[in-house]
Design a protein around this ligand. Structure first.
Ligand code: HEC
Ligand code: HEC
Length: 143
């Protein structure tokens, strides 16, 4: 069977995003004390593999206006955390986006009805531990 090029491109894109989500089933837990502490204060500290290096760079460039919060740190901590996050970053994903929850692999896996996100035990898409009990250990395969 001969498929038109556009169909092949769509199939390739679907396969890639599905494989990418699978790759995130288990990510390496955070092994950097400063990242765990400073980036785990207001939300779970997200594992570096969940975003590409460019996204982490953008986040670390602007901690003063961090998603409506001030997450500023002293300059040395910024250097250390940036180095840890970027050198352990994921291979794929859109480096223009600073949210994990806006990455295409993520939205495809989490295409739920609106009322799910407003449940009092969920509240926010970024509240990974609400649904992935062991998210802080890098485990996302169990819901
Ligand atoms: C002062 C509180 C605070 C600190 C400290 C903080 N954050 Fe955040 N962060 C937030 C808030 C608020 C949001 C938006 C949460 C939401 O929309 O649900 C957020 C969101 C994020 C997101 C996007 C989550 C998504 O929706 O995909 C990332 C990535 C992130 N933070 C990384 C970091 C990193 C890296 C650090 C450490 C350098 C850090 N945060 C420290 C408050 C903080
Ligand atoms: C409201 C509950 C909920 C929240 C919040 C949530 N997830 Fe999920 N997540 C799920 C469910 C349910 C699935 C399985 C979807 C499926 O099998 O089609 C899933 C799938 C995944 C997968 C794919 C796992 C696999 O087996 O391929 C990853 C990775 C993931 N989530 C990461 C995250 C991250 C990171 C966060 C926080 C930024 C998050 N999730 C927030 C419910 C949630």
């Amino acid at each position: 069977m001969r498929l038109p090029a556009v169909t092949l491109a769509i199939l390739a894109a679907i396969t890639t995003t599905a494989a990418f989500a699978n790759e995130m089933e288990r990510v390496t837990p955070i092994a950097h004390a400063a990242t765990q502490k400073e980036c785990g204060e207001c939300h779970m500290a997200f594992q570096p593999q969940l975003l590409p290096a460019a996204s982490w760079g953008r986040i670390m460039d602007d901690l003063a206006t961090h998603f409506g919060d001030n997450a500023s740190l002293d300059p040395q901590a910024v250097v250390d955390i940036r180095a840890y996050l970027t050198s352990n970053a994921g291979r794929l994903g859109d480096g223009r986006l600073t949210r994990i929850t806006e990455q295409r692999w993520w939205t495809r896996e989490h295409d739920f009805r609106a009322h799910i996100w407003s449940r009092p035990d969920v509240r926010s898409k970024s509240n990974c531990t609400a649904c992935h009990r062991d998210a802080d250990k890098g485990l996302y395969e169990d819901n």
